[in-house]
Design a protein around this ligand. Structure first.
Ligand code: GAL
Length: 639
């Protein structure tokens, strides 16, 4: 596969006379894809039923004639103002019961039948018009599901749909009462109609009720997406895709991804570092203008799994964004580095957001490849440099990694509902494992609980995996030589009860969690020989061999039969020790990396990305500050 570049463009923002000039410059820059249309509903249909597609016809033709392939977006993330008059109750409702207003975007509830119908209608109109247009080479459905906290809605439509969903899941109200443990506090229901949404309760609602609501809310995203997939499929042969966001875990991306052909995501490394990552001040300062060295790679690897091998970056940060607490500019070289790093992880396309900075609206402070007055911004030069680098690179072939992490969205919902200790967070835990693997120079795959491919993994990690039955245990041990569970793995049933077999309740590992403790962030529990656990401690016992102990002699790691259970949330030193022990056990070779330098292996190349503001020497290579070294393998491995 030969990776390509693209850009997000809004023809409706610019005079038509500029389109051809813009298209020519895109092509000259080395871009081959352009995404349009995803927010333009008010121009397609100014008043209900009054359709205007002539401008979009001409935009597609102009871009296509210049040699660009168009990704056409369905505009359902921005329903126009008249839609609210037609469907006043389509707005999502927050946990306090307030309807979210018109005036920005994503102002809809996934459960509103009238809005679903409208979305399907506009998707059908577009599919009929452009489904066979030779320039339209891919479709993006909606934009960033879940962004701006929009997955969960407490609207009357959500309530009705939730009750039906529950009936479908549990069949009888007695079964639901039993599954949720509603005898507790006399919460038993006599009928599905009596069940409310779990907000505005006096104190915390039943965690089983909330988890069911979170599963339902996630399913609603998949249903909403599938409704558009179903109308577009027969109308086009072009791939259907969606652009996911970073660290948004409110819906199961694997489930949505099953209905699509390609997963894409929107990568804003500098915004994410200040906006959505726990790290100390020194780290945030060192990487202020580069982004965290593992955050992008994490999502690249995760979305490669969501897309079943096919994925893109749909929006790549090109300069300062407008939405983070602080918005510094990328250091020179970083836009190129981020782009090539995506390619290293298998991106088919890297598309910059956006072509020209908008002089109006909410994002007027957000950089583009061009300034608002049409001068080249620094991102343009680096996009061109990336295009040149890709021309030299040729084919990049991916191969399965030796190590995989099991990622489970429902575990995030469970632990957000019942953190038990402030600071215990699913993403944070999984990300700490990912970082440790990358510090060891390993390439990583992600797998989902419903799809554990038999790729012959040496090591599979499943930290914080809420629910684990013997079937999943078996599939994991079949797929990996060594499976490392814990902390807090196998801790609850699907309905948020402590499993009858105990925690983690494994068949092949004799180890029980007898007691759980959580610790404040300033307290750690040291492990004999180095490293410590924080936030969460599972006090474990059993007949399995103890591989590590805490200083107080209680087991920190137990294991047998290719299964290990880790009893606490490891700090960096403890993760490094565990990874080293696992590598020794499975004969995986580690390549410890200097801070900020990361490695990714493909079948054809090794990529070294240097997130540091200084050059780094490693293994005979000197990698420039914010630079990338690409080493072609003499004998490519099997892809
Ligand atoms: C994304 C979104 C774009 C734009 C961008 C700004 O979340 O999809 O439309 O808002 O952020 O960084």
């Amino acid at each position: 596969m030969k990776p390509e570049l693209g850009v997000c463009y809004y023809p409706e923002h610019w005079p038509e006379a500029k389109w051809a000039e813009d298209a020519a410059l895109m092509v000259e820059t080395g871009l081959t894809w352009v995404r349009i249309g995803e927010f333009a509903w008010s121009r397609m249909e100014r008043v209900p039923g009054d359709l205007h597609f002539d401008w979009l016809d001409r935009a597609i033709e102009t871009l296509g004639d210049a040699g660009l392939k168009v990704v056409l977006g369905t505009p359902t993330a921005t329903p126009p103002r008249w839609m609210i008059e037609k469907h006043p109750d389509m707005l999502a409702v927050d946990a306090l019961g307030n309807a979210r207003k018109f005036g920005s975007r994503r102002h809809y509830c996934f459960s509103h039948p009238g809005y679903i119908e409208q979305s399907v209608r506009i998707a059908r109109i577009m599919g009929e018009r452009y489904g066979r247009n030779p320039h339209v080479a891919a479709w993006q459905i909606d934009n960033e599901y879940g962004c701006h906290d929009t997955t969960v809605s407490y609207s009357p439509s959500a309530l009705r749909a939730f009750q039906l969903w529950l009936k479908d899941q549990y069949s009888t109200i007695d079964a639901l009462n039993e599954a949720w443990g509603n005898i507790f506090w006399s919460m038993e229901y006599g009928d599905f109609d009596q069940i409310d949404l779990p907000n505005l309760t006096v104190t915390e609602p039943n965690p089983a009720h909330v988890l069911a609501f979170r599963r339902f809310s996630s399913d609603q995203v998949a249903v909403f997406n599938k409704a558009q997939v179903d109308v577009l499929r027969p109308l086009t042969d072009a791939p259907l895709l969606h652009n996911y966001m970073g660290r948004i875990l409110d819906f199961d991306h694997f489930k949505v991804g099953k209905d699509l052909d390609v997963a894409t995501w929107d990568s804003y490394p500098i915004g994410f570092l200040s906006d959505r990552l726990e790290a100390d001040e020194a780290h945030k300062t060192a990487f202020l203008q580069q982004g965290d060295p593992d955050m992008q790679a994490f999502h690249h690897d995760l979305y490669r799994a969501v897309g079943r091998g096919r994925w893109w970056v749909m929006e790549q940060q090109p300069g300062p964004v407008n939405w983070a607490p602080y918005n510094p500019a990328p250091l020179p070289g970083m836009v190129r580095l981020w782009s090539l790093e995506a390619v290293a992880h298998g991106a088919e396309v890297v598309s910059y957001f956006r072509w020209r900075q908008a002089p109006f609206g909410q994002e007027q402070m957000h950089a583009g490849l061009l300034t608002p007055n049409n001068r080249p911004a620094p991102g343009l030069t680096e996009a061109k440099q990336t295009a040149d680098a890709l021309a030299d690179l040729g084919e990049v072939v991916q191969t399965a990694a030796q190590v995989a992490i099991l990622f489970d969205y429902a575990s995030d919902w469970a632990w957000a509902i019942q953190p038990q200790g402030t600071g215990f967070d699913y993403f944070r835990l999984v990300f700490s494992a990912y970082r440790a693997l990358r510090r060891a120079g390993l390439s990583v795959d992600f797998i989902s609980p419903t799809d554990v491919p038999n790729n012959g993994y040496a090591i599979i990690l499943a930290p914080g995996l809420a629910t684990l039955d013997s079937d999943l245990e078996h599939r994991l041990t079949e797929a990996g030589d060594l499976v490392i569970l814990g902390p807090r793995s196998g801790a609850i049933t699907h309905d948020f009860q402590i499993p009858a077999t105990g925690r983690p309740g494994l068949t092949d590992l004799n180890c029980d969690v007898d007691l759980v403790e959580t610790l404040p962030p300033n307290v750690q529990r040291p492990v004999e020989g180095g490293g410590a656990a924080r936030h969460w401690i599972d006090r474990i016992s059993g007949s399995a061999p103890v591989l590590l102990r805490f200083n107080d002699e209680t087991p920190a790691l137990m294991g047998e039969n290719g299964l290990w259970y880790l009893a606490g949330f490891p700090d960096e030193a403890l993760w490094d020790r565990v990874i080293e022990m696992a590598a020794r056990e499975t004969r995986v070779a580690l390549n410890p990396m200097p801070e900020g330098l990361r490695r990714r292996d493909t079948a054809t190349h090794t990529f070294l990305t240097n997130y540091n503001a200084q050059p780094v020497a490693w293994n005979g290579h000197v990698i420039d500050a914010c630079g990338v070294a690409i080493v072609k393998k003499e004998t490519p491995e099997e892809g």
